[in-house]
Design a protein around this ligand. Structure first.
Ligand code: GAL
Length: 359
């Protein structure tokens, strides 16, 4: 009897051991899998056949004036550092942006810089780039829910605060319209958050009433025009101020106001220091814009892109949560511009010439 019990124990033990070891093995296997998932080390010898570092720049669109300038100045900034850049723009098409990123990756780029059309959809691009050992920088707009390596932009919440501060100084009480940006763009959420950081206390006091608040599909000025026409109609033109998320949408707003003989009578805020907006500001149909010196953005991103591509440490002392991680970030300062400081800012920087603005 005793011998049978021992035999059974040994068998059981052997069984347990076998189970355990196989469990361990699977654990080991899992661990090694996880180790495998960890980002593979950076691409070795990042130099191209001509010895140059190659940056890929995946842009959402060239629809707004500023993106043409971003493209031109980023190319100059990268080449000034002895590297080269391949630029593709996706015309607001998510599927095209993803396939263009695939193309850049297959062309052997050393680092990818991306302006996402859709903050969420582009997470797939980050994953794909990392699989290829390529680091990714989010340019101006954040990529959400992805292990992005770096985010460089302007302080976009401050942009909204600057707009609201400028308008509430002129219209401390009254009916307000908010024309937001594209909800697919994380910046649009930040601009709006900044605006309401300033407006909410005045709304709570009953001084200000938001009589219309709408996002603008794809930042399209035609959509902003239609929204502003709807706002005027719904409120019998009883509107005292408008904050538009950028100058292109502000242009749509002012188009609608002009049709009602209200242009120049109702303060309007914008962003991007577009030439048309600068002209409207000196003519008096637009109150202000927020100027973001694109030169400093492109120079900063180009330098950090080359550093990262070389595997060097970078100085990114801010953090922005993108829903997945605290992304190392660099946020540059925007500048509020109205007719009193337009000469000392936009024109002084040569962003636009005095002749073009004061046409
Ligand atoms: C935002 C950008 C703005 C504006 C807009 C439309 O992300 O920060 O400057 O131009 O896109 O493209």
């Amino acid at each position: 009897m005793g011998r049978i019990i021992n035999k059974t124990r040994i068998i059981l033990l052997a069984l347990v051991l076998a189970i355990f070891t196989s469990a361990c093995e699977t654990e080991v296997a899992k661990v090694s899998e996880i180790e495998q998932i960890k980002p593979v080390p950076m691409k070795e010898n990042v130099k191209d056949s001509d010895g140059k570092i190659k940056i890929g720049f995946s842009m959402d669109t060239l629809q707004e004036e500023r993106w043409l300038r971003d493209r031109e100045l980023f190319k100059k900034s990268v080449e000034a550092l002895g590297a080269e850049v391949e630029i593709l723009a996706a015309n607001g098409d998510d599927a095209l942006q993803i396939s263009q990123a695939e193309t850049l990756i297959s062309q052997g780029i050393d680092l990818l810089v991306i302006v996402p059309h859709n903050a969420e959809a582009t997470a797939a691009i980050v994953h794909r780039a990392h699989e290829a050992g390529i680091k990714v920088i989010a340019y101006d707009r954040l990529v959400k829910n992805a292990d992005i390596d770096l985010y460089v932009s302007f302080d976009n919440e401050q942009v909204g605060e600057m707009q609201a501060k400028a308008i509430t100084k002129l219209v401390p009480k009254g009916n307000y319209v908010y024309i937001g940006g594209a909800i697919t763009d994380n910046n649009a959420l930040l601009f709006k958050k900044g605006v309401f950081n300033v407006l909410q206390p005045l709304i709570d006091k009953g001084d200000i009433k938001i009589v219309y608040d709408q996002w603008t599909i794809d930042w399209n000025p035609e959509n902003a025009l239609a929204n502003m026409e709807a706002a005027l109609k719904a409120n019998g033109n009883q509107i005292d101020a408008v904050i538009a998320a950028n100058d292109a949408t502000a242009g749509g707003v002012i188009h609608a106001l002009t049709a009602q003989g209200l242009a120049g009578k109702i303060p309007v805020a914008g962003q991007d220091a577009e030439l048309a907006a600068a002209q409207r500001i000196v003519e008096g149909t637009q109150t202000m814009t927020v100027y973001k010196p694109i030169q400093s953005l492109t120079e900063k991103v180009a330098q950090l892109a080359v550093n990262l591509a070389k595997g060097e440490n970078i100085d990114a002392n801010q953090k922005v949560n993108n829903g997945k991680i605290e992304v190392p970030s660099v946020l540059l300062a925007p500048i509020a511009v109205d007719r009193f400081n337009i000469d000392d800012t936009i024109i002084a920087d040569g962003f636009h010439s005095r002749v073009d603005v004061y046409r």
